[in-house]
Design a protein around this ligand. Structure first.
Ligand SMILES: Cc1cc2nc3c(=O)[nH]c(=O)nc-3n(C[C@H](O)[C@H](O)[C@H](O)COP(=O)(O)O)c2cc1C
Length: 241
């Protein structure tokens, strides 16, 4: 809500000196908002609705975006208009909250009912936004990062570069025994098989252990085959009878 409500005269866009017209043509206009959102940190997704005024969002929307920190939040703009499309009115807002995950905006005809807009919001599948699910977030308390799959992977693990043969097997076994749950290998380390054997013989449930491997540039041309090969080399040791 604006601190000073807009009267019908304020909204008369046929009068070039009406309040709304003056604000839209003044780059520095930032009409005050009445009250504030006390718990903005509790919101992952912000649905930002506005009427199109001369092809752009009203300046009070600029006031709103400059009043809070939106980094890491998803912003979904939508607008109503008499006849204009959304145009650049949504993308021109991006600079005001550069750290936000901006969705493309949607325009509705003026007077659109609540139900139409609610249906559109439900169709957006916002439950899967990175911020809502925590994907990509590093948690330094628990020492984990959330992967796209939703699994929480440890941040720290054992790198096995230069470890080969029995040295690799005993090193990985010792690390697993002491609680390490992330092992990093690569095709070019020539030790995927030993890593796999240590994982299997540790007796630790397979789903508790993360194994990272990497392709070598010579494999890039046939990446799919190389991934299949890595899975075979490693998993043939993991699949116990
Ligand atoms: C100052 C001002 C400028 C406007 N400029 C435009 C415009 O450029 N294009 C347009 O289609 N509608 C324009 N409108 C009409 C509004 O977008 C329309 O009244 C509003 O979207 C209706 O919203 P409602 O559904 O909340 O009533 C303007 C209205 C005002 C007050």
């Amino acid at each position: 809500m604006p601190e000073i409500p807009y009267t019908a005269d304020d909204l008369n866009y046929n009068n070039s000196s009406s309040r709304s017209n003056r604000e839209q043509s003044d780059p520095s206009a930032r009409p005050a908002i009445s009250g504030s959102v006390e718990n903005m940190e509790d919101y992952n997704v912000v649905l930002l609705g506005y009427p199109v005024w001369h092809g752009q969002a009203p300046k009070i929307i600029y006031t709103f975006l400059e009043s809070y920190e939106f980094s890491g939040k998803t912003i979904v703009p939508f607008c109503t208009s008499h006849s204009s499309g959304i145009g650049s009115s949504d993308t021109n807002l991006h600079v005001l909250a550069p750290g936000a995950d901006w969705r493309s905006g949607k325009r509705f005809p003026g007077g659109t009912g609540r139900e139409t807009i609610t249906d559109w919001v439900h169709g957006l599948d916002l439950s899967r936004t990175p911020t809502a699910t925590g994907i990509g977030r590093f948690d330094f308390e628990t020492g984990t990062v959330i992967l796209n799959s939703g699994y929480a992977m440890p941040i720290n693990g054992l790198g096995t570069y230069s470890l080969t043969g029995e040295t690799c097997f005993t090193s990985v076994s010792a690390a697993l025994e002491r609680g390490v749950r992330l092992i990093d290998t690569a095709y070019m380390y020539h030790n995927e098989a030993e890593v796999g054997r240590a994982v299997r013989e540790s007796g630790i449930p397979r789903e508790e252990i993360f194994v990272i491997t990497k392709l070598y540039p010579s494999q890039f041309a046939n990446a799919e085959d190389a991934i299949d090969q890595a899975l075979l080399v490693v998993s043939s040791f993991w699949v116990s009878a």
